[in-house]
Design a protein around this ligand. Structure first.
Ligand SMILES: Cc1ncc(COP(=O)(O)O)c(C=O)c1O
Length: 442
């Protein structure tokens, strides 16, 4: 294993003397006694090690800006931690902007992305001094210019482009292919640039931005993406005399959800990106641009696990054995959304041999709420604690209150200490936004 994204489990996982799973020096069974289930757990050591993997791997290029993609996980504590580790943030909503702002992040290190940012969101971004806005389409160019003008500001922007690269990941998390809802088509860039240079004088264009997809295991696609971005920068210089000095290649590096997954290391990807960038700088004769990367999943996924309590089970005659847990598609929608696969172990009775093939069913009222199909686990009984690995990314951030179930708490563990960083919702939280109109109160 060369980097943390290639690990199936958090780096501090072990079985302790009690035979229980331990992460960050904390016994997972004791954690459940203290905080309940379902429970998201983030291992600080794993998170900091990933950050250092990235810093080491990319230090070969002098101008790198690492922006954590907040969509993978956005909480104030994790934002503060990542900011302290030297990361900026890719944000996509007023909610994400506000969270990092309240966490004390330097807003100059924040980049606002998204294909349909609203007037209010763009206004908030300008007011709070977000460092870059990646403009996605013609409508947004005009809207942002108007807002910037009325605020007497010149706003620093990138153009999000669709580089026309297909990567082999789930269709819903591919974004760089030509027929995508995100970004300007390559054939639309000139028109956008002409508008910026001639009409939208409250916008200052610094560079180009692309993101080709998520959970990517191929490495050549990053080189292809760099070539397209640098070639465009050189072409825009020749055509418009425009000196762009930033390229943002997005995120996308995959993680190891199951033994079958073999993601490349951060170092391999960094080598490919930097070598190709240096080659392209020479080939297209441009000044070395600042490089922005926006990893989300590969930063936070491995550090996270989710703990559940086992409840009912059902053996279908001549069929599967279903074991139900107290969470599922509302706290982790990825299996039902993308057929995502996960690995799990039992957190108590770790010594027991894996002997049964079972299907882990969620508690939500959908047949599709199956968290893990056909996994080998020891005999499970009501009250056992199941630990599902690699749930740090796109779990809490995609969670819902489906079936009016409260969202779980999140705990940060490190050096045998646990701190709650997101409180468990209670029943009153669930109804706190409901209003019964007076006319119904008879
Ligand atoms: C523009 C952009 N940047 C970065 C990311 C982060 O991707 P990942 O979590 O795969 O690294 C995404 C995810 O969809 C994205 O849309």
């Amino acid at each position: 294993m060369d980097s943390t994204n290639q690990s199936l489990k958090p780096l501090t996982v072990k079985v302790n003397e009690a035979g229980n799973l331990e992460i960050g020096g904390c016994d997972m069974v004791k954690l459940v006694e203290k905080y309940g289930t379902p429970l998201y757990v983030i291992d600080e050591t794993t998170l900091k090690t990933v950050c250092s993997d990235y810093k080491k791997a990319f230090k070969m290029y002098p101008k790198v800006n690492m922006m954590f993609a907040s969509k993978a996980l956005c909480t104030m504590a994790t934002s503060k931690l990542l900011f302290d580790e030297g990361f900026g943030f890719d944000v996509v909503s007023a909610g994400e902007i506000y969270t990092v702002y309240k966490a004390g992040v330097d807003m100059a290190k924040v980049l606002f992305n998204g294909n349909n940012k609203s007037f209010d969101e763009l206004t908030l971004a300008i007011e709070l001094g977000v460092g870059r806005i990646s403009v996605d389409n013609f409508f947004e160019l005009s809207l942002l210019n108007e807002i910037a003008k009325s605020n007497n500001k010149v706003v620093d922007i990138l153009l999000r482009i669709t580089p026309g690269i297909e990567c082999h990941t789930h269709e819903y998390i591919q974004t760089g292919h030509l027929d995508s809802k995100f970004g300007f088509d390559l054939t639309q860039i000139d028109e956008a640039v002409e508008l910026i240079l001639n009409e939208y004088t409250n916008l200052k264009l610094h560079g180009l931005h692309a993101h080709i997809g998520s959970q990517i295991f191929e490495t050549s696609v990053y080189g292809d993406e760099i070539e397209i971005l640098v070639k465009e920068i050189a072409r825009l210089d020749e055509k418009f005399g425009l000196k762009l000095d930033e390229i943002n290649i997005g995120g996308g590096l995959g993680v190891k959800y199951t033994e079958a997954d073999c993601p490349p290391s951060v170092h391999t990807v960094a080598r490919i990106v930097i070598n190709r960038l240096n080659e392209c700088i020479k080939k297209y004769d441009i000044q070395p641009p600042a490089l922005f990367i926006e990893p989300g999943r590969s930063i936070i996924s491995t550090a996270g696990v989710t703990l559940y309590t086992v409840g009912s089970s059902k053996q279908v005659p001549k069929g599967k054995k279903y074991v139900a847990i107290d969470g599922g598609m509302a706290d982790n929608p990825r299996p039902s959304m993308y057929q995502a696969k996960y690995f799990a172990e039992i957190a108590n009775k770790k010594d027991n041999l894996s002997s049964n093939i079972v299907t882990i069913a969620g508690r939500f009222c959908e047949s599709g709420d199956i968290l893990i199909k056909d996994i080998k686990l020891p005999e499970l009984e009501e009250g056992d604690i199941l630990c599902v690995y690699n749930t740090g990314a796109y779990n809490y951030s995609m969670a819902s209150n489906y079936n009016r179930v409260q969202k779980p708490a999140m705990v940060l563990v490190n050096n045998s200490q646990s701190d709650m960083i997101v409180k468990r919702e209670d029943l009153d939280d669930l109804i706190s936004h409901d209003v019964i109109p007076d006319r119904l109160k008879k």
